[in-house]
Design a protein around this ligand. Structure first.
Ligand code: WTA
Length: 646
């Protein structure tokens, strides 16, 4: 256990300074959530009509009604992120951007960001985007991606950012599901000097579906692309002659701010809906509290805006808090494995937030890349996205943090909107591998598979008992799926999909997903998505995909294949073909690491695949298969155990 170093505590004005504060604040958030959150939102957020109402609804009645927070209030989240800072610190850097090449740096002040967003808001209005319209954003990590998000929000439109690694088919699915009418993209992305053909991919997506009226294209590389007459328009052209002031459209608290698609156990990705009032309150509060944000901090989250971490902790939370938020276009390995630490030194970064995958990959490159740089500006180190193994945690703490920083291992999800279980930087003693304690407003509970609540130290299914302002309100267009996905495993509670162990101190140790979601390098993917693609191949009769522990990526992907022709075996051609299909259907980040041809899937007599067996074998833990007596043909287990993986 590491107590918080003194230099992390010095100068903190956090509402939680020590563990007594944590108990007091957590208790007050539980005993009177309305008063607690109304107090927080009225302090942190700029409301045009301040709310008097807290929570309406409850998880046990969520099938009948969505929950709401602050429903009688009116605001626009971008006023908190932009306009109000013009009165107090207009020249402060809002976005500090570093491009693919280390010398490509831009510091954008709050005044400038406000003008840019206003201009683009006017531009979007001029092409007919209005209240409630959906807009897809498919861009690299450039400041204009944040401008595009904020401009949509400012006019009351609903953005849906699609990570730049996703394929044309994935974009098309999201266009169809959200019924978007505009796509904002750029000519090419740039990562590690490699060009990513974003506009070409959008062209392919837009051709395959109907409904897109306009594609707005930012020029980043100047690479060769084709512009479709009457549909495509350059960012710089529509912004020309646009006014740089714009009055934000005031919306009710529960007006959708964005839809973000995420993978689940079954079916297509789900469009998680977040709303102006609750989301901006929760991200601002958690960003300020967990990281113990100070006035002059340079705060860096090196995630991508295509994922929830980028939404909540590069754009909305930090800007609502008037922070300087760093945005990074490149990769941690370009030009070499010292890139992050070089940036920390040059920009004097105080708070640094990344994922265990990156930490493991960089640790494997050796300490030299870290030790070259002056990292004395660092105060708080964050991690998110997957469980962090103790070795990686120790390396982050000792080598990067030099024992002078504290680590916040933040557990949360696309669905929770913001950090839900985490240390609070100046207060919580930390221990490698534990996300420690729930945030104010979050009451966790552990259940066993039989639906019994577990008391005291225990391991079970991680649930949350009561709504908090940041929780996603519904799945876009399918509230029933929302209810079935999250509120049916343990009726009346939000089930996270994660397993968790709680120790004697009440600290939480996340053990990973217990459903059919896999987490590869922090990228969340559904095994069902892979399977649906693989069985499209003419040689494949059936397939089952599971995750397995991977040293760097956290989890890797293993596919079990049953061939139509039983004499056919594994071949490199087959592997290449299937991986190409996954890449084309899902995106560049979807790759099967191992293939394993087996004679049949382990099915129960009622035909259900016992995925547990496949998972255990892939994990290299075949001694512990559990009860296999209900299998229709127990002999397949032997065949699975002896089959080779490639
Ligand atoms: C996993 C990312 C362990 C977890 C913000 C969760 C974590 C999923 C942690 C959500 C953590 C996230 N420790 N596991 N600190 N943070 N996870 O929606 O399995 O992309 O359910 O949100 O990531 O992934 P998502």
């Amino acid at each position: 256990m590491h107590i918080v170093p003194d230099r992390v505590k010095q100068g903190s004005t956090n509402i939680i300074q020590n563990m007594d504060d944590w108990r007091r604040v957590h208790l007050s958030s539980m005993s009177d959530p309305d008063t607690f959150w109304l107090g927080i939102t009225n302090e942190l957020i700029d409301w045009q009509t301040p709310p008097t109402e807290g929570l309406v609804g409850a998880f046990h009645s969520i099938a009948d009604n969505q929950v709401s927070w602050f429903a009688d209030g009116k605001l626009n989240a971008t006023i908190s992120c932009l306009d109000r800072h013009l009165l107090t610190h207009p020249e402060k850097t809002a976005i500090l951007w570093e491009g693919d090449e280390p010398d490509d740096v831009r510091a954008i002040s709050y005044r400038q960001l406000h003008s840019d967003v206003c201009r683009f808001s006017n531009a979007l209005s001029s092409i007919g985007v209005g209240l409630g319209d959906r807009v897809i954003i498919y861009m690299g990590m450039v400041p204009e991606a944040a401008v595009a998000m904020l401009a949509c929000a400012r006019i009351g439109a609903i953005h849906s950012v699609v990570f730049g690694g996703f394929s044309a088919e994935s974009i098309a699915n999201r266009i169809e599901d959200s019924r978007a009418k505009v796509v904002i993209t750029m000519d090419e992305g740039l990562r590690g000097s490699r060009k990513i053909p974003l506009k070409n991919t959008v062209d392919e997506a837009v051709q395959s579906v109907s409904g897109i009226e306009t594609v707005v294209v930012l020029k980043r590389t100047g690479g060769e692309i084709s512009m479709t007459e009457g549909r495509d328009i350059w960012w710089h052209d529509i912004c020309q002659n646009m006014d740089d002031s714009h009055e934000a459209v005031i919306v009710p608290a529960e007006h959708p701010l964005f839809i973000l698609y995420t993978s689940g156990s079954t079916g297509k990705p789900k469009g998680e809906v977040h709303v102006h009032g609750g989301y901006i309150t929760y991200t601002a509060f958690t960003h300020k509290t967990v990281f113990d944000l100070r006035e002059d901090d340079v705060y860096a989250c090196v995630a991508d805006v295509g994922w929830i971490t980028g939404h909540s902790y590069i754009v909305y939370g930090p800007l609502a808090n008037g922070a300087t938020t760093f945005m990074f276009e490149s990769t941690p390995l370009y030009p070499d494995a010292g890139r992050y630490w070089d940036m920390v030194e040059r920009h004097k970064i105080n708070i640094f937030y990344t994922a265990p995958t990156a930490i493991r990959a960089l640790a494997a490159k050796g300490d030299n890349f870290v030790e070259k740089y002056d990292l004395s500006s660092l105060r708080v180190l964050g991690t998110v996205g997957e469980p962090i193994n103790p070795e990686a945690w120790d390396w982050y703490y000792d080598v990067v943090g030099g024992g002078r920083c504290t680590i916040v291992d933040t557990w949360w999800q696309t669905e929770t909107g913001g950090i839900s279980i985490s240390p609070i930087a100046p207060a919580t003693p930390v221990i490698g591998g534990s996300a420690t304690l729930p945030m104010p407003g979050i009451s966790t509970a552990l259940y066993n598979a039989e639906g019994q609540r577990l008391i005291g130290p225990a391991e079970g299914l991680l649930c949350i008992e009561h709504p908090w302002p940041g929780i996603t309100r519904t799945i876009w267009g399918d509230h029933e799926r929302f209810v079935n996905t999250y509120f049916s495993t343990i009726p009346g509670l939000y089930f996270t999909g994660d397993g968790c162990r709680r120790d004697e101190m009440g600290y939480h140790w996340i053990t990973g997903r217990v459903d059919d979601v896999i987490n590869v390098s922090g990228h969340r993917m559904g095994t069902a998505e892979f399977e649906a693609i693989i069985i499209e191949d003419e040689a494949i009769a059936e397939a089952a995909v599971v995750g397995f522990p991977h040293e760097i990526k956290g989890q890797g992907v293993q596919a079990y294949l049953i061939m139509k022709n039983p004499s056919e075996t594994y071949s490199e051609d087959l592997a290449k073909r299937l991986n190409l299909m996954c890449r084309k259907s899902i995106g560049a980040h979807a790759k099967v690491d191992y293939f394993c041809v087996i004679p049949g899937l382990p099915k129960t007599r009622s035909g259900k695949v016992m995925r547990r067996i496949l998972r255990k074998v892939a994990e290299g833990d075949p001694s512990n298969l559990g009860d296999i007596s209900t299998l229709a043909d127990p002999s397949v287990v032997e065949a699975i155990l002896t089959s080779k993986r490639y």
